[in-house]
Write a protein that binds this ligand. Sequence first.
Ligand SMILES: [Zn+2]
Length: 86
Amino acid sequence: MPTYDYRCRKCGHRFELQHSIKDETPKRCPKCRGRAGRVPARGAGLLFKGSGFHATDYRSKSYKEKAKQEKSGGSPGTESKSPKGD
Ligand SMILES: [Zn+2]
């Protein structure tokens, strides 16, 4: 089970919690019982999830724009490459 870093939004107390990756229930600060937010630091899965989504979005956008440019430029060879589902 992965360990997550949490920081209290009320008092700033930082603590660690071990729970399932599927557990999305809001966590409470053990000191003041205020609501705590997850600190995205070393959770590999979390990091991948966050930046991966962005990178995919960026890549597909630039890819489409590049393909459009190549088409309008009329460079040979690009037309035979039919776009396969990403
Ligand atoms: Zn607190």
